[in-house]
Design a protein around this ligand. Structure first.
Ligand SMILES: [Mn+2]
Length: 205
């Protein structure tokens, strides 16, 4: 738990590699806001991990900055690395998620709908590589969320056919473990992060 948010991440390196170039970052951003980030250093192995680690440090050091500023700071810091894909998702104190991504880390918000699961929102993917080439416009999207909604962020080592298999009633630790087990590729590092919004009114469990 961080603030009112239950979260978990599961990941693993490409088979035969010692380190993963995928990272999950979770930061208290102040003012009841929580910043989630998923990074995928280009390629795999130690050089990918170094790019991801540098970006994670920049986010930690500048966590209260607006999302587009964070992307620019990471871009600068990663100039001498091989670069990374990066998606940021900020839960604010007003039941909203703000997100911004460069490259192919996918983010979506799943919600309970009568009799089924609904995708409330999917983050736009913008082409680019942090550290090498940013898209011309860094446009943060804002999505309203309700208590119980689940944010899922996945690197491209996860096949996105997992969406229909998610059981929202289960803890995030089980949801992420299942997605990693059943939907990861053998050709890349893989990471999935899940965060469940508990809402800001009423008792927190
Ligand atoms: Mn990858």
């Amino acid at each position: 738990m961080i603030g009112t948010i239950e979260w978990a991440a599961a990941g693993r390196a490409l088979p035969d590699q010692r380190v993963s170039g995928d990272r999950a970052v979770v930061l208290d951003a102040g003012g009841d806001s929580v910043l989630f980030a998923v990074l995928d250093g280009l390629g795999h192995g130690a050089a990918a991990a170094e790019a991801a680690d540098r970006a994670a440090q920049v986010l930690s050091d500048n966590r209260a900055e607006p999302l587009d500023v964070l992307v620019l700071l990471c871009h600068r810091a990663l100039a001498e690395t091989r670069g990374a894909a990066l998606t940021l998702a900020l839960f604010d104190s007003g039941d909203r998620v703000h997100w911004l991504g460069v490259g192919n880390v996918e983010s979506r918000i799943l919600a309970k709908a009568p009799g089924k699961l609904a995708v409330r929102a999917t983050a736009l993917l913008t082409a680019g590589i942090v550290g090498y080439r940013l898209p011309p416009n860094l446009q943060t999207q804002t999505v309203p969320v309700r208590a119980g909604d689940l944010l899922l962020m996945t690197t491209d080592g996860i096949v996105s056919d997992f969406v229909d298999t998610v059981d929202l009633s289960r803890p995030t630790s089980e949801i992420t473990a299942d997605i990693l087990d059943g939907h990861s590729k053998n050709t890349d590092d893989a990471l999935v992060l899940a965060a469940r919004h508990r809402g800001h009114t009423g008792p927190v469990q």
